[in-house]
Write a protein that binds this ligand. Structure first.
Ligand SMILES: [Zn+2]
Length: 407
């Protein structure tokens, strides 16, 4: 569906003066320059030149890429209640609620999320859809409709979120993989200390290879040190020379393993080119103690992953459901929390985690590096440096899509 927003006015030229472009987003040779003037024209960035002004007025980023959301579950917390740290209670509550979902209800909730993401400056979003057995979920039909409705505004991808144990049934796995392929989706599974884990994961890889599917797992989302699904996935990628993209979300248990074991797994992930997604909001809420102050926290080893050469993203995960009762689809808020939880100075150096890295992991046409000729899909922040970026006021922004300011 065409909308006014995705038809750029070819005659409009916009000048953006005196902006800093963080190093991970620079797709051109900046030399010694720190502050730039950009001209937007014809829906693209026409030129970038060092500014005559020495002080930056703000920071310009490429529009955000959300690598991990759950559009089917959001805004249900008022019905189901919050699970306060019990992941498996949340799964149970959501599965009871899911039985009552209708097309209209899903469409309304998913649309609300997309408006929030769009206004916040998100240009692409990957959502997991609960896919509990061989029947494709109702949410898939709604997703396909929304994928068309939002084309040109928010590019949408879906992942089948299947309990890993379902793949023990050969025929069930086959049906799911075929439906995922037909929907243009990504195959996924929820992996946590399952019995016979290697065998079931191996089956997921068989299906992905047969049907040419990329993979995206919920893996090791808890603080049991013996949750080592991430390591098994990396080993399978390497053993098979698996060629499609593999994304692993959560990997919280990595923080509970000793340094040698965790770094060994991360070295395998680097070799396998696995992309890790950290979900700070939901995992701070779900992991760690609830009967007292939480001392252990649910965050994967973001710094060690980067040091090992593993690309990492931050993403939003759940919004206002049993898993996480708070939050919204402003990816910059998840990023800011991640910076504080994982201790990531200079925050500007990590902005690839909501732009370039997820764009690469999702195989988008534009990797989000800003350069002459790139799409003028940009977010201009009022913050001019790291310190202002970490305050809510600094995260106020102007969103440009195809060179035009969103009102
Ligand atoms: Zn998730």
């Amino acid at each position: 569906m065409s909308t006014p927003q995705n038809m750029p006015d070819m005659n409009q030229r916009t000048e953006l003066k005196a902006l800093h472009i963080p190093a991970p987003l620079q797709g051109f040779d900046a030399g010694d320059a720190q502050v730039f003037d950009l001209v937007l024209a014809g829906g693209l960035v026409e030129s970038i030149a060092p500014s005559t002004q020495r002080e930056a007025r703000g920071i310009v980023l490429s529009a955000f890429v959300e690598a991990h959301a759950h559009l089917d579950k959001n805004y249900t917390v008022r019905d189901v209640g919050a699970a306060k740290g019990d992941l498996f209670a949340a799964i149970e509550r959501m599965s009871r609620h899911r039985a009552g979902w209708t097309h209209a209800d899903l469409h309304q909730r998913m649309t609300r999320a997309l408006h929030d993401a769009w206004r916040s400056g998100t240009r692409a979003l990957r959502t997991h859809l609960d896919w509990i057995d061989t029947t494709p979920p109702l949410s898939l039909e709604v997703f396909k409709q929304l994928r068309e409705e939002w084309r040109g505004r928010v590019e949408l991808q879906c992942v089948a979120l299947v309990p890993l144990d379902v793949f023990a049934d050969h025929a069930a796995g086959e049906r799911i993989a075929r439906d995922v392929r037909d929907a243009g989706g990504v195959l996924g599974a929820f992996v946590y200390r399952n019995d016979d884990l290697e065998h079931k994961l191996s089956r997921v890889f068989d299906l992905a290879q047969q049907h040419g599917l990329a993979l995206d797992f919920h893996v090791d989302e808890g603080l049991d040190a013996d949750a080592t699904g991430l390591r098994s996935i990396a080993q399978l990628v390497l053993e098979r020379g698996f060629a499609q993209r593999v994304v692993c979300g959560h990997a919280c248990s990595l923080s509970m393993q000793d340094d040698a074991a965790a770094n060994d797994t991360l070295a395998l992930c680097a070799k396998a080119q696995i992309h890790i997604v950290a979900l700070p909001t939901t995992n701070l809420y779900l992991q760690g103690a609830w009967h007292r102050t939480p001392l252990e926290r649910g965050i994967t080893r973001v710094r060690e992953a980067a040091a090992a050469g593993v690309q990492t993203s931050f993403a939003t995960d759940n919004v206002q459901d049993a898993f996480y009762p708070y939050g919204n689809y402003d990816l910059l808020e998840s990023f800011a929390l991640g910076v504080q939880v994982a201790h990531l100075p200079d925050a500007l150096d990590w902005l690839g985690a909501i732009t370039v890295h997820p764009a690469t992991a999702m195989g988008l046409a534009w990797d989000g590096r800003i350069a002459p000729g790139c799409p003028a899909d940009l977010v201009v922040l009022t913050a001019a440096d790291e310190y202002d970026l970490m305050s809510p006021r600094g995260r106020q922004r102007s969103v440009f899509r195809a060179g035009q300011l969103l009102e």
